[in-house]
Design a protein around this ligand. Structure first.
Ligand SMILES: O=C(O)C1=C[C@@H](OP(=O)(O)O)[C@@H](O)[C@H](O)C1
Ligand SMILES: C=C(OP(=O)(O)O)C(=O)O
Length: 409
């Protein structure tokens, strides 16, 4: 399937009920299960990544397919390794190429027994669940924070608790903070000093829990605001003191001329007219915002240098390659270096006559590129737009409500 997306004819007037955060939803589901909670989580995300988690936690089967959900793969691997029984867990072809060795090695050294069904170091996995002894281990902090979050959530249930020494640079740190904060809400304490996180054996306590709206999803609306001359956009269910690291997007968009006004129901965006000449930023703490800013900056004709992108290669697709390839179709030449830096110095090439943006099974490629419809006179064609269901199933519907013309071609 392909969509042709055209800019709204007049002004944009949108009040958007954003999807709930999948990061919070998927942690809350694990913590709810570990606390034997009688309560249902409120405002759980309806996205694919959360749906696979709900299905796995409520299923009678021993075999789980979590499709493309990184969090579900990593969190359930740790969770199942302490539930007595024999389990298998698999996912999409891409998931079978997203590394999991560091987590499997860590769990195995804490008393788990996890084997590879196909390729060493990658899903699918066979998990022989049992009590976990726990203890002290070291783990590289620079590959995926999801390994760390997965270990932390089961740590209080390990016989000896967990002392986790993080080695080297720690990426996606706000996601580790998010895990520890949610664990605390469910009654478990941890200490984090320097590179070491300590968790003693403890019990989770059930609580009534409501999930916040998703700040990563909000970024696409900020981009629409930055690229529109005349727009009034309100995003519902976002909080100033959010637990989500991607709330940092609001501050960064201030450099692209978008201001944020917090109200009692979310945020109202406004144009400030203050736009930077060049955007420099290290995305090590907010990797999921990188695509939004890359696409938005080139469309605004703002050169950029973005660092801290080392985790982008092992996400839904190699996002650095995908961004370079697809923006070249629109006439923008980006350069990358060091597997972690992406830059645009204003260099252009001849755009394709009739470009179709490929999405590589990556929801964020589709969502980050869609605002380009505001700039391109002929509109924007996007392939496999249904990928957005990974985190934001109503994205296209919400764009239509805001006045975009979207047709299947
Ligand atoms: O823990 C989480 O909820 C997430 C952590 C990040 O992954 P990495 O830690 O692999 O960077 C992020 O990219 C992902 O979308 C969600
Ligand atoms: C990287 C992402 O997801 P995950 O790693 O959980 O599949 C994402 O949503 O951008």
């Amino acid at each position: 399937m392909k969509y042709l997306i055209k800019s709204p004819e007049g002004a944009i007037r949108a009040s958007v009920q954003l999807p709930a955060s999948k990061s919070i939803s998927n942690r809350a589901l694990i913590l709810n299960a570990l606390s034997y909670s009688p309560y249902d989580i409120q405002n759980l995300s309806d996205c694919d990544d959360t749906e696979v988690m709900v299905r796995a936690l409520n299923s009678d089967s021993r075999d789980f397919d979590i499709k493309a959900a990184g969090t579900a793969m990593r969190f359930l691997t740790a969770f199942l390794s302490k539930i007595v029984g024999e389990w298998t867990i698999t996912g999409t072809e891409r998931m079978k190429n997203r590394p999991i060795k560091l987590l499997v090695d860590a769990l195995n050294s804490l008393g788990a027994r996890i084997e590879y069904i196909e390729k060493e170091g990658y899903p699918p996995l066979r998990i022989f669940g049992s009590a976990l002894q726990g203890g002290e281990i070291s783990l590289a902090g620079g590959v995926s924070s999801q390994y760390i979050s997965a270990l932390l959530m089961v740590a209080p249930l390990m016989e000896n608790g967990l002392i986790l020494n993080l080695e080297g640079n720690i990426i996606s740190r706000p996601y580790i903070d998010l895990t520890l904060q949610l664990m605390e809400q469910f009654g478990v304490k941890a200490t984090w000093n320097g590179q070491t996180i300590r968790i003693l054996p403890q019990e989770y306590k059930p609580i009534r829990f409501t999930v916040e709206s998703d700040w990563s999803a909000a970024s696409y609306w900020y981009s629409i605001m930055a690229l529109s001359k005349n727009a009034e956009i309100e995003l519902l269910g976002l909080f100033k003191n959010s637990l989500q690291g991607d709330a940092a997007g609001a501050k960064l968009f201030a450099q692209l001329g978008v201001g944020t006004v917090f109200t009692d129901r979310g945020v109202r965006l406004k144009h400030t007219g203050n736009v930077t000449k060049k955007l420099l930023y290290n995305f090590v703490n907010e990797p999921d915002l990188a695509q939004t800013f890359v696409v938005c900056c080139v469309l605004l004709n703002i050169p950029f240098r973005f660092t801290g992108l080392q985790s982008l290669k092992i996400k839904e697709t190699d996002r650095i390659e995908a961004l370079k390839t697809e923006l070249r179709k629109l006439g923008y030449l980006l350069t990358d270096s060091n597997d972690s830096i992406l830059e645009w110095n204003g260099e252009r090439c001849e755009p394709e006559m009739d470009p179709v943006i490929a999405t590589y099974e990556d929801h964020r490629m589709a969502m980050a590129f869609a605002p380009a419809a505001l700039i391109l006179p002929q509109g924007l064609k996007i392939a496999e737009p249904e990928v957005v269901t990974k985190s934001y199933p109503a994205y296209w519907e919400d764009l239509k409500q805001a006045g975009f013309d979207i047709t299947e071609i």
